[in-house]
Design a protein around this ligand. Structure first.
Ligand code: HQG
Length: 184
């Protein structure tokens, strides 16, 4: 098993390539976000980033948020959510959400969220967490976390589509303010 630093730096590199900017190593993701592992290793190497199959398998297996998944045949890799790159559609199945989901954010965004609801900003979806603990971690990336509750069940019954990523993140297009509870 590789050192933690190596795993984390490889995860960050994979997030860059598989979610945001595949062009930095001259590759294109397929329409569902997959990239051939052989091509990834070759192109990363050509751009000064040494990767091995073993290292990629270690990152997929040990990544704290299970950010990356292998195809069933083991030949391709993709990010399970979090994309901003255009032209990728994960084609996840719609799923019925639990009654309540959570979103971790920070105070600076609250006025805007109260006015317009949750919006996806640069990513392809708004990301919602299944529990408060996870939402707290998400919010903490930006400062003191504030946890919003989303009436997911009601929203779903009103016709909004919910998707569940392979790594347990709930994805929606937007959350209108009426479904949000602000705890402060
Ligand atoms: C905020 C990480 C103003 C929203 C995490 C968030 C997650 C608004 C930011 C995943 C707004 C977008 C996603 C509005 C939303 N006005 N601000 N109307 N609507 N916002 O990073 O949910 O480590 O795109 O509250 O764990 O923070 O990358 O989304 O603060 O799962 O794998 O706009 O990223 O995972 O930020 O995080 P993001 P997020 P990874």
């Amino acid at each position: 098993m590789k050192s933690n630093n190596k795993l984390v730096s490889t995860s960050k590199f994979l997030s860059l390539v598989l979610r945001h900017r595949p062009e930095v190593i001259g590759v294109q993701l397929d329409p569902e976000g997959w990239l051939c592992i052989n091509e990834l290793i070759a192109q990363a190497g050509a751009h000064g980033k040494a990767l091995t199959l073993e290292l990629l398998h270690d990152v997929v297996a040990t990544n704290d948020k299970k950010r990356f998944a292998l195809s069933d045949d083991g030949l391709r890799i993709r990010a399970s959510q979090g994309h901003s790159v255009s032209g990728v559609e994960l084609n996840l199945e719609q799923k019925t959400p639990p009654e309540i989901l959570y979103h971790g954010t920070v105070a600076a965004f609250l006025d805007s969220i109260r006015a317009t609801g949750l919006q996806k900003r640069s990513r392809h979806h708004v990301h919602l967490s299944p529990d408060e603990e996870t939402a707290t971690k998400v919010g903490s990336r930006r400062g003191k976390p504030i946890i919003l509750r989303i009436a997911a069940d009601t929203m779903h019954r009103d016709g909004h589509k919910f998707y569940l990523s392979a790594n347990g993140v709930w994805l929606v297009d937007a959350v209108p303010p009426t479904y949000l509870t602000f705890s402060d």
